[in-house]
Design a binder for this molecule. Structure first.
Ligand code: CDP
Ligand code: MG
Length: 137
């Protein structure tokens, strides 16, 4: 099993609701290693890159509004099959499909305000790590 890196981001609702510790505890309890972490404020430019697959959707402006409503916590998370494993730990994107026991299933309040981001492939993970932590990360 390959050791992989994935980009994980705790979204503004996670920080506002004081859930940082509880969500990080789940990531560490699963055995993943957090190799870098920082709090930051995002702007529309970086969000347009990060959510390039959604720019044409009618809800894109509301994603920007939500993701700029407060700080986020970005992390590099490492472990065996970390990309897929973190997606399982996070739960489904669709609010009604996120099962109990997953981070989104337990904490998300809607499909948009859903606590956490995780890369959807190893390739995108590396791109996102460089986007948020720099070319040498
Ligand atoms: O975050 P994930 O990779 O599971 O889903 P995505 O399809 O890449 O969408 C990115 C983010 O856009 C989601 O996490 C939601 O915050 C938001 N979104 C939304 O507000 N409404 C949708 N119908 C789909 C996504
Ligand atoms: Mg995605």
């Amino acid at each position: 099993m390959p050791v992989e890196r994935t980009y994980i981001m705790l979204k503004p609702d996670c920080i506002k609701r004081k859930l940082i510790g509880r969500v990080i505890k789940r990531i560490e309890s699963k055995g993943y290693n957090i190799s870098n972490i920082k709090m930051m404020n995002l702007d529309e430019k970086i969000l347009t890159e990060h959510y390039a697959h959604l720019v044409d959707k009618p809800f894109f402006p509301s994603i920007v509004e939500y993701m700029t409503s407060g700080p986020v916590v970005g992390m590099i998370v490492e472990g065996e099959n970390a990309v897929k494993g973190m997606r399982i730990l996070m739960g489904a994107t669709k609010f009604e499909e996120a099962t109990a026991g997953t981070i989104r299933g337990d904490f998300a309040t809607s499909t948009s305000e859903n606590i956490i981001h995780g890369s959807d492939s190893s390739e995108n993970g590396e791109i996102e790590i460089k986007r948020f932590f720099g070319e040498n990360a």
